[in-house]
Design a protein around this ligand. Structure first.
Ligand SMILES: [Zn+2]
Length: 96
């Protein structure tokens, strides 16, 4: 299993282990949950891990927008948030 960085930027080099002392829950349809579980399993993750990684990636992308390596624009999109590699496009300079 590969180690991926979850959580917020700036915390990734934290020396002590994370304490998961918060909780969340929410309601959804059975169909939605079934689809989420299917995708989580395809990534060898538990649903809780999958949801957490997606929420962290989305929150991080909003709170710490990734900038284009070429023109430094924040109008830069990564199609699969959380993936270190993958498809990106800059809507200003066209870098992809
Ligand atoms: Zn650019």
């Amino acid at each position: 299993m590969t180690t991926k960085t979850h959580g917020m930027a700036g915390q990734r080099n934290a020396a002590k282990p994370e304490t998961l002392d918060g909780t969340f829950s929410g309601r959804c349809t059975k169909e939605e949950k079934a689809a989420w579980v299917k995708v989580a399993q395809s990534r060898e993750m538990k649903l809780q891990q999958f949801i957490r990684s997606l929420l962290n990636a989305e929150a991080n992308s909003i709170l710490n927008p990734e900038k284009c390596p070429d023109c430094k624009s924040e109008n830069f999109e990564r199609f699969f948030p959380g993936d270190a590699v993958g498809n990106t496009i800059c809507h200003d300079c066209g870098r992809d």
